[in-house]
Design a protein. Structure first.
Length: 179
């Protein structure tokens, strides 16, 4: 009842059943959505469109914080954000994850290469027939500048291709970057 009362008064914000954070009005600090995403459903790391936006690879604002987990696909919604989780294999999961720090807060996020691979594997309508169709998808649908991909670490993409699904799509990604 105490927690319920604190929640009604706006002192606590419910993240999910049994997990709360102190309201920014009380703490004086905005909670880290990335850190919250890591803790709501784990193990997980921030990825896909949210990470691509974080790295400046896509220009659009992202409203859903999407993460990758070894558990089942799931979604949580609270007053702070919508947190979505995509399930992947345990072999694929640890590739290309890094720890990022912002204002004394650390969280796990995909590298740009891993976020791109995660996005390609999660999207249902990614053209995988040719390198040219993938390039058009990046430029027109995702608004990703293909030149920005040229600095990516190909080892991470190769490891994703070996351990993930959609091998043909990731092979075309490698060919596109190596052009």
């Amino acid at each position: 009842m105490k927690i319920s009362n604190l929640e009604k008064k706006g002192i606590l914000i419910r993240l999910k059943r049994g997990m709360y954070v102190v309201s920014p009005e009380i703490s004086g600090k905005q909670p880290s959505l990335e850190l919250i995403a890591n803790h709501i459903y784990g193990p997980s790391y921030v990825s896909l469109h949210y990470a691509l936006r974080h790295y400046g690879l896509i220009p659009e604002r992202v409203y859903m914080l999407t993460s990758v987990t070894t558990r089942h696909t799931r979604q949580f919604e609270n007053s702070l954000a919508t947190f979505s989780y995509r399930g992947v294999s345990k072999e694929y999961f640890p590739i290309g994850i890094k720890r990022e720090e912002e204002e004394d807060i650390s969280y796990l996020i995909a590298t740009p290469e891993k976020a791109l691979c995660d996005m390609l594997m999660a999207e249902k309508h990614v053209p995988d027939q040719s390198v040219t169709s993938l390039e058009v998808f990046f430029e027109e649908d995702m608004r990703i500048n293909v030149d920005d991909l040229r600095q990516m670490d190909l080892k991470i993409i190769r490891a994703c291709m070996e351990n993930g699904n959609k091998k043909n799509t990731l092979m075309n990604l490698l060919k596109l970057i190596e052009r």
